[in-house]
Design a protein around this ligand. Structure first.
Ligand code: OAD
Length: 252
């Protein structure tokens, strides 16, 4: 059983100076109105991830894959950071020594003000040329006509990590090093089903970190954590920031 109040052990780590690693997933953006992937109403309900989020799917049908990502860009552009995103940005700014590794591609952490962000699964806003491999950011949600093309004429693809693809090596190794160094790991809003992201808190625990999970539902990680805070990210993360001695802030 978990509770919703941070323990004394957690409070003391939050008030200390030792490194904190935060790992987030789609649940952190749920209160911004963005659907998670799994479960009722999730993006993968009634959709086949292999038909939308694999290099093979893109090669076979770039139009369909791009329609899915263009729609997600529109949703993300219309969404606003919620109190969970805002609390994490405040924790980084107010406490320091906080690194955020996110599986989210929506950019809401950055829009809330988080600076030290490792994007494990890339970004919805990044476009990559399928011929040259060059990347650029394009924040305009309207990419019509779809599929977008590079100036060189080749197709552009979303700069996200698809199933079957490796995570960006430097980003993953930075996250793994942070997991080994961290005194505290806060895992929020992820089903902990997708690897290698899901292995980070386990590695951190093995290296001696105190691991806390914030999620209204149990996950495969739950039995392995020191503390479960049952509740939503928008509800619990502001309490975490408060426990670190940081004044609550209002969403931008
Ligand atoms: P999932 O959809 O798998 O899991 C979302 C988690 O958030 C679940 O455990 C929910 O219980 C929890 N949740 C829901 N609402 C919440 C809230 N308000 N506050 C806190 N938690 C909440 O999403 P991810 O774990 O992010 O990858 O999925 C991991 C990866 O799988 C994604 O990055 C994506 C997906 O397929 C790719 O596309 C490669």
């Amino acid at each position: 059983m978990g509770s919703a109040a941070p323990s004394d052990a957690l409070r003391s780590l939050l008030r200390g100076k030792d490194p904190i690693l935060v790992l987030t997933g789609a649940g952190v953006s749920a209160e911004s109105g963005l659907a998670t992937f799994r479960g009722p109403g999730g993006l993968w309900e009634g959709r086949e991830p292999t038909e939308l989020a694999t290099p093979e799917a893109f090669e076979a049908d770039p139009d369909t894959v791009w329609r899915f990502y263009a729609w997600r860009r529109t949703q993300a552009a219309a969404a606003k950071p919620n109190p969970g995103h805002v609390a994490l940005a405040a924790l980084e700014r107010g406490r320091g020594n906080v690194l955020l590794a996110t599986q989210n591609v929506d950019g809401l952490h950055e829009r809330a003000g988080s600076v030290r962000v490792l994007r494990l699964h890339g970004s919805l806003w990044r476009l990559r040329c399928t011929a040259e491999g060059t990347e650029h950011d394009d924040m305009n949600p309207d990419l019509s006509p779809l599929p977008p093309r590079c100036r060189c004429g080749a197709l552009l693809r979303p700069g996200v990590v698809w199933f079957g693809e490796a995570l960006p090596a430097a980003t993953l190794s930075e996250a793994a090093a942070a997991a080994r160094r961290a005194a505290l790991v806060i895992v929020a809003g992820t089903s902990s089903l997708v690897y290698p992201a899901a292995s980070l808190p386990v590695a951190a625990r093995e290296a001696g970190a105190y691991v806390v999970e914030i999620n209204p539902e149990p996950t495969p990680l739950s039995p392995l954590v020191h503390e479960r805070l049952r509740g939503t990210a928008g509800e619990i993360l502001p309490r975490i920031a408060e426990a670190a001695g940081i004044e609550p802030e209002r969403p931008a």
